[in-house]
Design a protein around this ligand. Structure first.
Ligand SMILES: [Zn+2]
Length: 241
């Protein structure tokens, strides 16, 4: 099965019907947090989940990049910090997702991709969700060993024309150039081994305690990320039910 090509019109209609049914049945948790180190295939799975469940999404990186392009004092300071390789402060990221949650209709589901980034943010998210009457989040960890993630990251490519990131899994392995626009592939500058190792150690130090936080609260489901895309997706859906 292919998630990226094919008869998009039919797919869209079926997905819209699926999503409506999903909301009506209301069997899925309202707030889903997806955790996983870089190279775990998290972004692909989040995309599939959004399509399947019809949920809204909060992607921390996208929101920060968008804010960094604004010409106000916040945008200028933020883009400078990102360029230096610094993390955006907790209050700023929290401000962004709180704004998102407050603007969301109460029955609407949401998936968090990239937050919480550290234990303080997890405590804050739990508090805000409970305050807004959304209950506990449902947390999924897509587990992939450092070794496997490293292999995938140094082999993944980005399209130099449309910017699509092409993971080194499943059918993508055989792509010679971009199947969306025909563009040439190149290595992402932050996919060099040293930069990848820095991201791994950040994950261990900051997201490790977040994982333990949700394990303690019995809200965590662990899914084996070392399968093909469809296998991981099926396991996530099973975990959610
Ligand atoms: Zn492309």
């Amino acid at each position: 099965m292919c998630f990226y090509r094919g008869t998009t019109q039919n797919l869209t209609r079926n997905n819209a019907e699926d999503s409506l049914l999903t909301i009506m049945k209301n069997t899925y948790p309202k707030t889903i947090i997806i955790l996983g180190r870089s190279g775990s295939g998290k972004d692909t799975q989040v995309r599939l989940l959004v399509k399947k469940l019809g949920f809204d999404i909060f992607t921390t990186g996208d929101n920060l990049r968008k804010l960094g392009r604004e010409s106000n004092i916040l945008g200028k300071r933020l883009s400078g910090e990102i360029r230096k390789g610094n993390l955006a402060p907790t209050w700023l990221v929290s401000y962004l997702w709180i704004k998102k949650l407050v603007g969301l209709k109460p029955h609407m589901g949401i998936i968090f991709n990239g937050s919480p980034r550290m234990p303080d943010e997890a405590t804050l998210i739990d508090e805000v969700l409970s305050w807004l009457g959304r209950g506990d989040p449902f947390v999924v960890l897509i587990e992939v060993s450092e070794k496997e993630a490293m292999l995938r990251l140094i082999r993944r490519r980005i399209c130099s024309k449309c910017g699509m990131i092409v993971p080194y899994v499943g059918e993508f392995k055989s792509w010679k150039n971009c199947q969306k626009c025909g563009g040439k592939f190149k290595v992402r500058p932050d996919d060099k081994p040293a930069a990848i190792r820095t991201r791994f150690s950040w994950f261990k130090k900051e997201v490790g305690p977040v994982i333990r936080h949700y394990k303690r609260k019995k809200l965590l489901k662990v899914v084996n990320g070392e399968q093909d895309i469809e296998g991981v997706f099926k396991d996530i859906l099973n975990a959610l039910e």
